[in-house]
Every structure is written in C-alpha cells, then in structure tokens.
Design a protein around this ligand. Structure first.
Ligand code: BES
Ligand code: MN
Ligand code: MN
Length: 464
C-alpha cells in the first residue's frame, strides 16, 4: 500500500481521535479551565507517544505547559521544529453555536467545533502525518522536534523564557507551523508574513464614585463620554491612525511584491460576503488595495468597551470608571515597544485633566516577513501540489503568531507556514469549523512535505 492510500484508509480513525481532542475545553484565558489545559497537554503528549515520538515531555511554565517531543533518528537529514497550540479561544457567546462548541459535529463536509481550525485540527494534521510516516515507513524521513504550547491565544507571554531555557533543544534547520489559512478553497498557500500585535487595556476614572446623573450631570466629568471622545480621535477621516509617529517606521512595499500580492487569486466579493456587513466600511486607506490593507498596513482597533449601567431597563448614573480593550496590528519595521510608548503618550495627551488613566500593555508581538527562496519552500510547494493537485501560492496574512517572529529572530531559520484553515471558517467566533477535505488533504500534504525534505540536506541542497 502506498503512503497516501494508507493515510486515506485511516480517515475514520483520525476523525474520531480529533473529536476526542476537541472535546477538551482548553480555553487558555480563563483560570476555571486550568485543569482542561492540563488535560489537553496530556492528550497531545499521549498522541505524540502513540505516533512513536521520543522524549515526550510536558514542561511546566509560569503559565500553561508546553508539550515537547523529538525524534532524531535521521542523521544528516534536516531537523524540523514543528510548532502549534493546543489552547483555544473562549466559545462564548454559546447561544450562537448551531452545535455545542466542544462536541465536534460534521455538517456539509465541515467539522464544527472550537479549535477545529485554530489550532487543534491543524495540530492534529501534523500528529497524524508523523504517525503515518512512522507506522508505514518505520521511521521519519527527517529529524523532528515538536513543541505545542498552551498560551498562544493569550499572547504566548511565558514562551520567551521557555525558548531561552530550551534554546539547544529547539535548534532546527526550519520551523514548520500550521496555524494560518489558505487564500481560498482549493488554493493551497504558504504564508511568508504576519502582522505583529500589541494589546492594551485602559481604565479611566472620573468621579470618586458613581453619581446620580440628575444631581451631578453637566459639570461632573463622565469617563464613558471621555472614553468615546478619545477613541473618536484616534483615526482621521481617511481611516488612518492619528497617533503621531505611528507610521514612521512602516516599510514601503516593493513594486514587485505589491504586484505579486495583487495578482493572487483573491476574490473581493467573497471577502465582503464573509465580512457580512452592508459595505466595506470607512473610506479605503488611500492608495492601498484591500489585500494590502489586510496584510501590509498597521491598524488600531477597539476590541471592547464597557462601564456604567448595562443591565435591564434604565439607570441614571454617571459612572466613576470606564474601560476599553484595544490593539494595534503592526507591520515591518514597526517596533512594538516604540509603538506602545507612542500610543500611551498620545492617549495621555488627549485625555482631560479631570480624569486619571491606568494604561496597561497586555501583550506585545513583532511583525514578521521573511524571504521564501530557501529550497524548503519549494519542497512545501511540491508537497502541497501532490496533496491538493494544485500549485501553492505565497501569501501574507493579517493575523499574528508571536512565536514565529521570536523563532525567526532567534535562529534565523526558514519558517514555513502551511495553513489549512479558510478565511471564512469563523476562527475565534461561533460555529468555528474546518473543511474536511483540507483536513484529510492536509495530513497527506504534510507527510509528503516531510518526505520531500528528506530528499534534501540540512542546508537545503540536494542529496547526491
Ligand atoms: N492562528 C491565529 C493567527 C492567524 C490567524 C494567523 C489567521 C494568520 C491567519 C492565532 O491563533 C491567533 O489568533 N493569534 C492572535 C494573536 C495572539 C497574540 C492573541 C491574533 O492574531 O489575534
Ligand atoms: Mn492559532
Ligand atoms: Mn487564534
């Protein structure tokens, strides 16, 4: 039996196993799920063990544990570090799910459930590809190290320590990640750029306590109103971020890259349909196509705002405090620390003296863009073509994966991001799903990818 045939014969088994993984509500942001996080880490460790990986370890951090394993029985062959995350976003609002979020359900060729696309389903693709190679061939074609973390969805804040501590064990010739998307259905894609992310929270305090809005309204400063005024001032009428210096370090796109990105088989209608609003929103940023805005331009977005009375009926109150969560997506060569300073400085400058402001940076992450001319990328292209019958394209994306930048900056190795999600699969939202064709095609493609890499030397040159 050929490898591809072998993998296909295991479809039902693979699916059942993924359903088990999905049933663990490993929500990293909520402390009530601490035990589930531990269970998910153990589940991954067991799956690695079953796949025949060695030195499987669950390494505690000051946050959630990292699962690590390796198989180094292919001397002279490339060494790959596989990265992914077993943590997921909260499932709320629960009532908006068609089927329960932690009970994987198949509908119309898609598998629905929290973590299907981001990132348990994609991690599982790799676990099963490794296992198939090991069982079918008796060995792996390359050396593989596996690192699956549990804090990606909260900014990978404890990962830096881990990388420092495990520096030697993380050493590899390439990083491989499946935590991104394909450009569109039927278009296998390799991602060579991500935006960075800084996440902030502010607390504005006006009156020392809540006040009767009739007795005090007018002269008393209302922190909610001040917060709204503040956010209204953070963009200009051309949809640009109105923070002095915000764009100063943004690297311009080369004409060549710009042409390549805008020539991709990307469909504006599909995009607008997925957005689902009545129009694209705002004026387009002058001189930038939607794809350029999504992948190559920085943004500032308000992610949540609260305060005052939000319960049933009316309550006439001037709240003492108001809060907001917001974030900036960053592109090369913006520096997260510098941007955080600019943002704080400008906000403090805009706020009236009648309120105080607590400013917090919850996480910071650098943008990442890297060349894709290393032979490993062509190996990925060949593998994807074998798995999906179509030539893969090279894309950038607007999302962020802090570890990719960290790894690239630390080791300067090729980072090969092969995503099997789709942009309309509701990652982070209700009814998250993963297309089953992409899941099954993904397992084969990744197995082929490792085989292709096995044809190369550690530095990427052809073996004689
Ligand atoms: N898998 C995503 C990142 C992603 C999504 C990359 C789509 C490319 C396309 C990841 O799990 C994620 O959601 N990252 C967060 C950042 C993190 C610091 C919370 C993000 O992008 O908001
Ligand atoms: Mn992810
Ligand atoms: Mn995510």
């Amino acid at each position: 039996m050929q490898l591809a045939e072998y993998i296909d014969s295991k479809r039902q088994e693979h699916l059942n196993e993924l359903l088990e993984f999905l049933s663990i509500p490993s929500v990293s942001t909520k402390s009530e799920h601490k035990a589930d996080i531990q269970r998910a880490a153990e589940w991954v460790a067991n799956a690695l063990q079953r796949a025949g990986m060695q030195r499987v370890e669950i390494v505690p951090t000051s946050g959630h544990p990292v699962v690590f394993a390796e198989w180094t029985g292919a001397p002279g062959k490339p060494t790959i570090l596989l990265y992914g995350h077993y943590d997921v976003q909260p499932a709320e609002p629960l009532e908006q799910w068609t089927s329960p979020p932690f009970q994987g359900t198949i509908r119309n060729g898609n598998l629905y459930g929290r973590g299907t696309a981001d990132d348990k389903g994609q991690v599982h693709i790799h676990l099963k590809a490794l296992e198939a190679l090991m069982k079918h061939e008796g060995r792996l074609p390359v050396n593989v190290k596996v690192m699956i973390e549990g804090e990606e969805e909260v900014g990978s804040t404890n990962l830096w320590n881990f990388v420092e501590q495990f520096r030697d064990r993380l050493q590899a010739d390439a990083l491989v990640v499946s935590d991104t998307s394909m450009l569109a259905k039927g278009v296998p894609s390799v991602t060579y750029g991500l935006r960075g992310l800084n996440y902030y929270q502010i607390e504005i305090t006006g009156p020392a306590q809540d006040l009767h809005s009739g007795v005090f309204g007018g002269p008393a400063p209302n922190p909610l109103r001040i917060l709204c005024e503040l956010f209204a001032k953070l963009h200009d009428k051309n949809n640009r971020v109105a923070i002095p210096g915000f764009y100063r370090d943004v690297a311009p796109l080369s004409p060549k890259e710009r042409k390549a990105l805008n020539a991709l088989p990307w469909n504006k209608k599909e995009f607008l349909k997925t957005v689902g609003a009545k129009g694209p929103g705002y004026v387009p940023e002058q001189g930038y196509s939607i794809i350029e805005q999504l992948w190559c331009r920085p943004t500032l977005e308000l992610n949540g705002i609260w305060g005052g009375y939000t319960g049933e009926g009316a309550k006439t109150v001037i709240p003492s405090k108001a809060w907001a969560k917001f974030s900036t997506r960053l592109v090369p060569n913006q520096d997260p620390e510098k941007i955080a300073r600019l943002v704080e400085k400008h906000i403090r400058k805009l706020l009236p003296k009648t309120v105080t402001c607590k400013f917090q940076v919850l996480s910071m992450g650098k943008p990442w863009v890297a060349p894709f001319d290393h032979p490993f990328f062509q190996a990925a292209q060949r593998a994807l073509e074998r798995g999906f019958g179509k030539k893969a394209v090279f894309i950038r994306e607007g999302g962020s994966i802090p570890f990719v930048t960290q790894m690239y900056d630390t080791f300067r190795v090729p980072c090969i991001l092969i995503g099997f999600g789709l942009p309309d699969e509701n990652a982070h939202a209700p009814d998250e799903h993963l297309n089953l064709e992409n899941y099954f095609g993904g397992i084969k493609s990744i197995a082929f990818f490792y085989q292709e890499l096995g044809q190369l030397k550690a530095n990427g040159s052809k073996r004689k």
